[in-house]
Design a protein around this ligand. Structure first.
Ligand code: URA
Length: 209
C-alpha cells in the first residue's frame, strides 16, 4: 500500500470515536452550562437500547445516564423484568443537561427542564450515529421525549405505553414505557408501569433466549 493510500483509507468509526467526539461537542448552548456531555453506558453490542430524555443534575456531574433518583427506579424495573443493567445499553435523546436558572437547584444554580425541539434536533446526529453503531434489536423508550422522537410527532405515552411497534427507519422494534421519573410525581402509574415492565421481560425472554 502506498503512503498516500494508507492516509486516505478510512478506518470505520468505533463507539470510542463516537464518545470522544461527543465529549467535545459544542453544537448548542447546553455546552455552556453542562459539566460534561453524557454518553450512553454499558453493553457495546446491546440487544436492548433504553432511551431516556436528557441527563439530570446528578448525571451531568457523574457523566453516567440514569444514576440519580430516576435511575434508582429504572434499576427496580430492570430487576422486575429480570434484566441486568449490564445487559442493556442506556442513553438519552439529548446528551447534555438542559437547565433553567433556579435558586433552589441542588446541583448548582440550575434546575432541570425538558429539552426544547431545537435542542433535540441539534443533538439528533449523535443519537442517529449511536443507533447505527450499536444496532440494538429492541429500543425501549422512557417517556414522551424519546417516544415523540421515534414517532416523529408529539406522542402521548399514555396512548402508546406497553404496545410494541416497529420504527420503520431502522426496522427496529420499539417498546414504549413511561419515564421512570413519572412515578416520583404520579404513583397511580405504578401498576401500569409494573405491568408493562413484566411484559417487556417476557417479550425479551421469548425473543432473545
Ligand atoms: N432522566 C433521563 O431521562 N435521563 C437520565 O439520564 C436521567 C434522568
Amino acid at each position: 500500500m502506498t503512503q498516500e493510500n494508507a492516509q486516505t483509507e478510512k478506518k470505520p468509526l468505533t463507539f470510542a470515536d463516537w464518545k470522544a467526539a461527543l465529549l467535545q461537542c459544542r453544537r448548542c448552548s447546553l455546552c455552556e452550562t453542562r459539566t460534561q456531555a453524557v454518553a450512553g453506558e454499558y453493553r457495546e453490542h446491546p440487544v436492548i437500547f433504553m432511551l431516556g430524555e436528557a441527563p439530570g443534575g446528578r448525571e451531568d456531574q457523574e457523566g453516567r445516564p440514569f444514576c440519580g433518583q430516576a435511575g434508582g427506579i429504572l434499576d427496580d424495573f430492570l430487576r422486575l423484568a429480570e434484566l441486568k443493567r449490564e445487559e442493556v445499553y442506556i442513553s438519552n435523546v439529548v446528551k447534555c443537561r438542559p437547565t433553567r436558572p433556579s435558586k433552589s437547584g441542588i446541583y448548582g444554580n440550575y434546575a432541570n427542564r425538558k429539552p426544547t425541539p431545537a435542542e433535540i434536533q441539534t443533538c439528533s446526529p449523535w443519537l442517529e450515529l449511536e443507533l447505527r453503531l450499536l444496532r440494538p434489536r429492541l429500543l425501549v423508550t422512557l417517556g414522551g421525549v424519546p417516544l415523540s422522537y421515534v414517532v416523529g410527532k408529539n406522542a402521548a405515552v399514555g396512548q402508546y405505553h406497553g404496545k410494541a411497534f416497529v420504527w420503520e427507519k431502522y426496522n427496529l422494534p420499539v417498546y414504549p414505557l413511561y419515564h421512570p421519573a413519572a412515578l416520583i410525581y404520579d404513583a397511580s402509574k405504578k401498576m401500569a408501569y409494573e405491568n408493562d415492565v413484566q411484559n417487556l421481560g417476557r417479550m425479551c425472554k421469548e425473543l432473545f433466549t
